[in-house]
Design a binder for this molecule. Sequence first.
Ligand SMILES: [Zn+2]
Length: 286
Amino acid sequence: MKLMGKLFINGKIKVLTGLYIGASKTDAAIGDIDNCVIKTSEGIPYIPGSSLKGKIRSLLEKSILDEIVKEESPEKENLQGKNNSKDNSVNAKNKLNLCTCGSENCKICVIFGSSADKRSNEAGPTRLIVRDCHLTEETRRKMENKEGEFKELELNYTESKWENVIDRLTSRAEHPRQTERVPAGAEFDFQIVFNLLEKQDIDRFFYFISGLNLLQDDYLGGNGSRGYGRIEFSSFQVGAKTISDYEGKNEMEILYDGTLQGFSREKEEFADKLMKKLGLNDNEDL
Ligand SMILES: [Zn+2]
């Protein structure tokens, strides 16, 4: 397998409800907020590429699990009774949670990479690179000047929210804690690179896109059950570079410019354009 080309998704992530992606304790500055969001060395919040990638991966894995459980359970119930079917779904869950099979037939491992050791890893090189997402210049400027929706912002780029924390063991409410969040209305730039090594990678790319759709209906970061972390992909552009583009002028061709929803509708058209650009035809197998 060798690289045929790369796809680039560029766009914006719009925060619809306060976003909390926690910093580890050692990163957090000493202050009065218990739960700080992760920030760059300049003190500006960002979304680590690894957080975005991990969330999309887990949503896709969960969606496969749902399929498996749905398919298996009616049959198993008839054959073995209810209790066994429950056990099986738990087993399936454990098995599929962060798949490490490394099989070339596993979309998850091929796209996102696998920690399977080299000898058993047929999945080849990881197709996906997710870059860190930084606040757009416009959001940054508005926040710094406390303009528009950020008029009431308490901190430079964030707000703080009091939450009653319930102790899970005792079910008793502990004293309220402050959580820092990126406020609704903030926008981040994002870039995702998808390497194309074989023809099937086009289908794998569409599968990955379905994970972005799942994320829009879920949440990013922590405290999702309290309504945190709803996001939307507010603009969506997909460009491509082939190996000969790299050898030549190194220019990317934009193959789609619009919205995530629009892209999902028009993916057949996109596939045709991309196949043509890569010099592939429908019947040829690599
Ligand atoms: Zn796998």
